[in-house]
Ligand binder design. Structure first.
Ligand SMILES: Nc1ncnc2c1ncn2[C@@H]1O[C@H](COP(=O)(O)OP(=O)(O)OP(=O)(O)O)[C@@H](O)[C@H]1O
Length: 511
């Protein structure tokens, strides 16, 4: 009579032999390996040993699948998760908070980035190229307010070299309020970082991407005619007033306002747009028409938030033809030229008026060539105000001088000498030095303005000259005559080169 041990061994042996074809089903192509392994198993007399080997094999071959399952169990049944889209500002909020946490410093796989905003340290000094480490390609566990969280981030390379990123935040528990609270904390942290800054968004692959946060630009730092500056700021303030919003809604009018800033390059159109966004604490969304297609323009406009400033640069680069799929546009010299995949006028007009246009939008279009714009683009409703940004006149030159060399209010320049002497009589020693300094600055400013011809140079050009002498106002005044001559020479040379290029192009076209 066979012992029970023998019976069990032979029973298990036969059982296992029956599994071989079944195993081949799971590991196709590995028949030689699996059959010899089973042969090995079947000669093991002890059934438990065989079972152990079976489990071991399962572990070896099924490990990847097992890992995924084990990982997804807590996610599905124990944890609460929030996905954070890569291109949304919520992502910046989360990442900037994560970077500041101790667990981010000790993560085994990190992503290091330079210049993640902002770059100013606590004491107000610029922290040059700070490094930021954030956990990457994996999961990081961290405790926060007695809850265990998982920060998971996976970066992968997509087509055309784009990086795709998936970020999730989970916590072990079923109360989604905990995650929302943490994200609220991330938001407060981020808002603290961007306080007194203007968030600038640019486009990347048809999506908005927060590109940088810039210190708010004070309107006083952009030198344009005072009455124009005041008119524009008052107009935007009035538009953004909640009462105006109700007024628009009551009449079912689209709550939008458009401006056209035109003028030569370097006259402050973009700078003033930035200062408007900063003044009203709005984000700035920058679109450059030459780098867009019809499709991307539509997508980007559809994704604009409710209240923001949209800066549409170089609108003269839009197609001249109103039809879809336009093939002509205006070149910088004004002559139509062939182009492909550019924004057509009809698409631009549609997105400006379309239902996808955001409410409370302040649209600023800029151009160097107002004469090339289709009247439809700049009619009231699309461009409610048209403002010319001019080359520097005497007043602006003096303002630029004080902007660089001192904080003297520009209206002091208008005073006559008698007020100076009255000031001087009542001043103590320290302020006497200041008054003498101010008086000298005023005289230097007037001299400089007398040497630069009005309406010939852009504020940007004069600014760059003054910046080259930023601590030397007297030298600036002494050198300005030579600078004017040199700049004129350069301009002549440039226009000669341009006309050669144009003539050459004409000849090529004729052939
Ligand atoms: N009116 C101005 N007051 C102060 N700074 C100015 C002014 N105009 C230009 N600048 C300076 O010159 C540089 C270029 O100015 P900005 O980009 O605003 O000019 P723009 O008119 O928008 O030029 P473009 O038409 O080429 O886009 C900036 O650094 C800005 O600070």
């Amino acid at each position: 009579m066979a012992s029970s041990g023998e019976f069990n061994a032979s029973h298990i042996q036969s059982l296992l032999s029956e599994q071989t074809p079944f195993l081949n089903l799971f590991f196709p192509g590995l028949a030689p390996v699996t059959s010899s392994l089973w042969a090995l198993l079947t000669v093991i007399p002890n059934g438990y040993g065989g079972l152990l080997c079976f489990c071991g094999l399962l572990l070896v071959f099924g490990k990847p699948h097992l890992q995924v399952t084990m990982r997804s169990i807590p996610n599905r049944h124990i944890a609460t998760t929030i996905d954070v889209p890569h291109r949304d500002e919520a992502y910046d909020m989360l990442i900037s908070w994560v970077c500041a946490q101790p667990f981010a410093q000790s993560a085994r796989t990190s992503l290091v980035t330079v210049n993640l905003k902002p770059t100013t340290s606590g004491d107000g000094l610029i922290d040059k190229k700070p490094l930021h480490f954030s956990p990457c390609n994996g999961r990081s566990y961290f405790w926060h307010k007695r809850n265990l969280f998982i920060f998971a981030r996976h970066r992968s390379q997509e087509q055309f070299g784009c990086t795709r990123e998936e970020v999730t935040l989970s916590y072990f528990g079923r109360n989604s309020g905990v995650l929302r609270e943490l994200l609220g904390e991330c938001r407060s942290h981020y808002m603290g970082l961007v306080e007194n800054k203007t968030c600038v968004f640019e486009h990347e692959n048809d999506r908005w991407k927060s590109s940088r946060s810039k210190s708010k630009r004070d309107a006083a730092t952009v030198v344009i005619k005072e009455h124009l500056k005041k008119m524009l700021i008052d107009d935007v303030a009035e538009f953004l007033d909640p009462q105006t919003r109700s007024w628009y809604y009551a009449r079912s009018l689209p709550y939008q306002r458009g401006y056209l800033f035109y003028g030569l390059p370097g006259t402050g159109k973009s700078s003033f747009s930035l200062s408007i966004a900063g003044r009203f604490d709005l984000d700035l969304y920058v679109l450059s028409i030459p780098s867009l297609s019809d499709r991307s323009l539509k997508t980007l406009f559809a994704e604009l938030p409710q209240q923001c400033v949209v800066l549409l640069e170089d609108v003269d680069a839009v197609g001249l033809d109103r039809s879809q799929g336009v093939i002509t546009d205006a070149s910088s010299d004004g002559r139509p030229q062939k182009s492909a995949g550019k924004v057509s006028l009809s698409t631009l007009l549609n997105v400006l008026d379309g239902i996808s246009s955001s409410e409370g939008r302040v649209l600023i279009m800029t151009t160097n060539h107002i004469e090339h714009l289709d009247p439809a683009l700049i009619r009231p409703g699309r461009a409610d105000m048209r403002v010319e940004f001019q080359l520097a006149d005497r007043d602006m030159i003096i303002q630029l001088f004080f902007f660089i060399y001192g904080s003297e209010p520009s209206n002091l320049i208008q005073r006559d000498g008698s007020e100076d002497s009255a000031d001087e009589d009542s001043a103590d020693e320290d302020s006497k030095v200041n008054i003498t300094h101010n008086r000298e600055l005023r005289q230097l400013a007037k001299k400089l303005a007398a040497k630069i011809p009005e309406f010939e140079f852009s504020p940007a050009k004069i600014m760059s000259f003054l910046l080259a002498n930023k601590h030397l106002p007297r030298r600036a005044v002494a050198d300005v005559g030579a600078w004017v001559e040199k700049s004129r020479e350069e301009r002549k040379k440039l226009s000669r080169t341009n006309s050669w290029v144009l003539n050459d192009e004409d000849e090529i076209d004729d052939h």
